[in-house]
Design a protein around this ligand. Structure first.
Ligand SMILES: Cc1ncc(COP(=O)(O)O)c(C=O)c1O
Length: 482
């Protein structure tokens, strides 16, 4: 795209067609290349300042660079999530078809704050909310909304919880010193839960931490004890936040036991299913969320285990009216009837004013790929994690942190004879070398002071052979680390 043609015809449809075809060709070639397990590093690691400097030069060059070359350069510097040896953080390699839908939304730019500005997305959101409500086992009182990501989704639910469980109108009157809202969590809850508590101005005392068992599952036998302790300290416990599943180890909390406790104590049950709610599609693994229909609210990230490009999150409320209490705010320039519950004006219920057409993007996934497709995807990834654990245990120099519930595996190199600190250092160095070498992209996590290598088998193309090669590569690389 030369600067002249850009200035002369920025909205020229023929120029768009020409550039569009070129970009789709580049992306298609990229997909063919990257999914074939090339030697190209999964993450082409670069020093952050160096990369920023490089793009400073590119910016200075203005529009001299061909658009296609620019996109090729961006691809070259990116982390390749479609590479079958991308087994790092919980972000999906999106279905290319659905990525095309996302591309369409960026041109149409219908922001779904109000129905008028994003009618299709809102209509589609409505249908997806119905679909997932049925899958969860809710009745038709349930309702939900989309947010940009699970962190915002958790905040949306937590604000509703505080509003519902407060004895005064906290939204209008603010926090009262004598009314200290508390959330029961574990140290395996996603950091957004703790961050949200602080965003809400509740302070760290509002986080009532329930210990976990050796598989990082909430100790439900300790709920009562911690509840009483919090109450004695003057905290009004509002909710239990359960993990379905936890971020670090992919462990599912026992929803039935937590729901029983919530019922007994009249607490809200919020389920953070950002990663693990894909099991709703699976006959084999759905038991991991047994009792989910008793949750008052559930967060589901479509950009994690449902193959949709990010960010794309659904927040479901068992009693849909509760979702309107989160932001009980008047905005007369947007809403003609500010006090009415209108499902189609999403800004009444989300943090965002303008939003992407999240409903349209997610809808595309479930229109073109049926339940059977998602079932087999989920089953295969969860099965492979179980196989990977066997492979780890077959080799004495590796150990696993815990048996996986989901498709997340924490393990480490442990040839024996090292103290804990040395082992941590060796494994941190191992991960560093592996990702800089580029054959794999894996991450790390700390559990009870021990550093673990962590993989999420999220890419649909990752195979047992890839995981075998990972273990062999780790073993070989470890030889060079003291
Ligand atoms: C359990 C859980 N909840 C919430 C989040 C936050 O989601 P997002 O990155 O979409 O904000 C994550 C992210 O990894 C997660 O694993």
């Amino acid at each position: 795209m030369s600067s002249n043609s850009f200035q002369q015809a920025p909205f020229d449809p023929e120029l768009f067609r020409e550039e569009g075809h070129r970009i789709i060709d580049i992306l298609s070639d990229y997909l063919r290349h990257i999914t074939a397990r090339p030697d190209t590093p999964v993450l082409p690691w670069q020093d952050p300042d160096k990369l920023a400097g490089h793009y400073a030069d590119i910016l200075k060059n203005g529009s001299n660079q061909e658009f296609g070359d620019f996109i090729r350069e961006v691809i070259g510097h990116s982390n390749h999530l479609h590479h079958p040896r991308y087994i790092g953080h919980q972000v999906t390699a999106p279905l290319p078809h659905v990525a095309l839908a996302q591309l369409c939304t960026t041109l149409l730019n219908n922001g779904a704050a109000v129905y008028e500005m994003g009618p299709v997305a809102m209509a589609m959101e409505r249908n997806l909310v119905r679909m997932f409500s049925g899958m969860i086992g809710y009745d038709d009182k349930a309702d939900g909304i989309f947010t940009h990501g699970g962190s915002a989704g958790n905040l949306t639910a937590m604000l509703a919880i505080r509003q519902v469980k407060s004895t005064h109108n906290v939204w209008e009157e603010g926090i009262r010193e004598e009314f200290r809202t508390g959330f029961m969590v574990t140290d395996q809850s996603h950091y957004s839960v703790a961050r949200n508590v602080k965003i809400m101005g509740l302070g760290k005392e509002a986080l009532i931490k329930i210990p976990c068992d050796s598989s990082f599952k909430m100790r439900t036998d300790l709920l009562e004890e911690h509840y009483e302790k919090a109450v004695n300290q003057g905290i009004t416990v509002a909710a239990v936040v359960a993990n379905s599943c936890s971020t670090a180890t992919g462990t599912y909390d026992n929803l039935e036991a937590i729901a029983d406790f919530c019922e007994k104590r009249n607490l809200w049950l919020h389920v953070d299913g950002a990663h693990g709610m894909g099991v709703l599609f699976s006959d084999k693994y759905r038991h991991l969320v047994k009792g989910i229909e008793r949750a008052d609210s559930v967060v589901i990230d479509f950009h994690k285990m449902l193959l949709v490009p990010g960010l794309n999150t659904m927040v479901m409320f068992r009693d849909g009216r509760r979702s309107y209490e989160t932001f009980a705010q008047k905005a007369s320039y947007l809403f003609r009837k500010p006090t009415e519950n209108e499902w189609f004006n999403s800004a009444k219920r989300t943090l965002e004013c303008t939003k992407s057409s999240l409903g349209f993007v997610a809808f595309t996934a479930f229109k073109y790929f049926d339940r059977e497709y998602f079932r087999s995807y989920i089953d295969s990834r969860y099965d492979l994690a179980r196989r990977f654990i066997e492979m780890i245990r077959e080799r004495v120099i590796f150990e696993a942190a815990v048996d996986p519930d989901a498709n997340i595996v924490c393990f480490r190199y442990n040839p024996g004879g090292n103290d804990s600190e040395t082992l941590n250092r060796i494994n941190a160095a191992l991960r560093d070398r592996i990702i800089r070498d580029g054959k794999f992209y894996i991450v790390q996590t700390e559990l009870d002071g021990k550093l673990w290598l962590r993989v999420t088998i999220i890419n649909p193309l990752t195979s047992e052979e890839d995981l075998l090669l990972l273990l062999e590569t780790l073993e070989e690389t470890a030889k060079g680390i003291q």
